[in-house]
Design a binder for this molecule. Structure first.
Ligand SMILES: Cc1cc2nc3c(=O)[nH]c(=O)nc-3n(C[C@H](O)[C@H](O)[C@H](O)COP(=O)(O)OP(=O)(O)OC[C@H]3O[C@@H](n4cnc5c(N)ncnc54)[C@H](O)[C@@H]3O)c2cc1C
Length: 441
């Protein structure tokens, strides 16, 4: 579903010189924006209604999966129809009357085509190489202890058919110069003795890495502060103040107006509502995912494994093993559903030794900001001066956070980012008629 460009010019580049940027949301996207802006000497205020990383960025699987494909996939529609109302399936949509959800699902289904996948991969492939490089640079330059390991990750299969399906992704990534090694069941068990005998093979995504996502985030926020960023936590944005179509400041719950000339909305799935308050349409659905941290079995994994037929990721972190996954479109809520948490342990138990002897340490859920076309939204808002959007990273936010922050800083400070962000533009959601009007305005 590549957005039509008929009668529609690429987003205008704002060329005003900017003195103060307010970033809303201290998740991986907002913190990365603040870091790159502050590092370049720009004045930044980072605001979050909770603590740093109180949204989805608190508990990802920690896989820096460079070049990975988007959420809408060819063939997913048939599978989703079988799964959607089943509370024990990997992708669950509790039945309810919600027009926005159904509109979103319709658009999502239309994006599940090989053509759209190729369109997204053209962009994500390019972004992937830079995404990995950003992590390398930050971790080495900024002294960020977060258990960063450039060891790749493994997709592990229990069936020949599963492995054949996995090969599709591997070929897709190889086309964009990412290395993917094929391992037999014995080879992958030699590397990871925790895998059970039923495993028939694996794919090793070589250029990827793993890290503790929360440690990375907190340390990156500290670095942003060290470079001069002002951090306001437990401070909720109440109102975005515009004057003659130009952003001039924000009102928070606790403070009078804070003046600035630029705002970056990086508030995850909450961005939809905040953007709507200034007339912007950014339709997203919160895709709830869960994690359960358990005590480390012995032997434990040495790298992250995605258990293909179990639809979960298992990541070794210091002091625990993290089981994570599932997508649930049940609206904006953080209800922890035990049945869905148990799915994580059950799936892990099928693939891995020692899971049944491990104890649960903690449980969590978070809301991925999901667009229907599977691409993030990164760009200037149309027809408003000084409003920048950076969200919609769905399952790729940890991976793409730093590179997004770098590109946002380039857009704001240089006018032109080093990668053309046209596929991520904000006005792609406007109805075609409105897009033509926006282009003429
Ligand atoms: C189970 C799970 C596993 C995942 N695993 C991976 C993985 O291995 N690799 C990967 O790349 N990605 C992964 N992801 C995806 C990744 O976690 C998300 O894409 C990413 O965290 C989104 O970051 P964000 O900054 O956009 O949003 P968030 O982290 O949700 O941050 C948004 C912030 O905005 C704040 N906010 C909202 N409204 C306001 C307001 N009015 N005023 C002030 N602040 C406000 C919130 O408090 C929040 O802190 C996973 C996600 C889940 C759920």
């Amino acid at each position: 579903m590549p957005p039509s460009t008929v009668g529609f010019e690429p987003q205008e580049i704002e060329s005003v010189s900017r003195t103060h940027t307010i970033v809303i949301g201290a998740g991986i996207i907002g913190v990365s924006c603040a870091y790159y802006l502050a590092k370049r000497g720009h004045r930044v205020t980072l605001i979050d209604k909770g603590e740093i990383g109180s949204g989805a960025s608190f508990g990802p699987a920690g896989i820096i999966a460079v070049g990975h494909p988007p959420m809408p996939r060819p063939g997913l529609v048939r599978q989703t129809l079988r799964w959607m109302f089943d509370g024990s399936s990997p992708l669950y949509v509790p039945p309810r009357l919600d027009l926005d959800l159904w509109r979103w699902l319709w658009k999502f289904s239309r994006a599940c085509t090989p053509k759209h996948e190729a369109y997204c991969m053209e962009f994500l492939g390019k972004l992937g190489a830079q995404a990995g490089a950003c992590f390398e640079t930050i971790v080495s330059e900024a002294d960020i202890p977060c258990d960063y390991r450039p060891c790749g990750w493994l997709e592990v299969f229990r069936s020949e058919e599963g492995q054949r399906r996995g090969e599709h992704d591997a070929q897709l990534l190889r086309r964009y110069n990412f290395d993917v090694d094929v391992l037999s069941g014995d080879e992958v068990r030699d590397r990871e003795p925790m895998l059970k005998p039923g495993v028939v093979g694996a794919l090793h995504y070589v250029q990827s890495a793993i890290a503790d996502p929360h440690q990375f985030l907190v340390k990156l926020a500290e670095q942003a502060q060290r470079h001069g960023a002002r951090l306001l936590v437990n401070t909720e944005l109440r109102r975005i103040v515009l004057s003659n179509g130009r952003f001039v400041g924000v009102c928070t719950r606790d403070a009078d107006q804070i003046d600035a000339d630029t705002i970056v909305l990086a508030a995850g799935p909450w961005t939809t509502k905040l953007a709507a308050s200034i007339g912007l349409d950014i339709p997203m659905q919160p895709g709830k995912g869960y994690h359960r941290n358990i005590t480390r079995p012995d032997p434990c994994l040495s790298t992250a494994c995605v258990l293909a037929e179990g639809y979960i990721a298992v990541t070794p972190m210091s002091g625990f093993l993290r089981l994570s996954g599932t997508v649930e479109f049940s609206g904006m809520n953080h209800r922890l559903v035990t049945r869905r948490l148990n799915m994580l342990s059950n799936a892990a138990n099928v693939f891995l030794e020692g899971i049944d002897q491990s104890q649960t340490i903690s449980e969590w859920c978070g809301l991925r900001p999901c667009t229907a076309d599977g691409l993030p939204v990164v760009g200037w808002a149309p027809n408003l001066q000084g409003v920048f959007i950076a969200t919609g990273h769905a399952r790729m936010g940890f991976t793409l956070g730093p590179v997004t922050g770098k590109l946002v800083a380039e857009s704001i400070l240089d006018g032109t980012p080093s990668i053309d962000l046209t596929p991520l533009r904000v006005d792609r959601f406007a109805p075609r008629r409105r897009r033509r009007t926006l282009a003429r305005a």
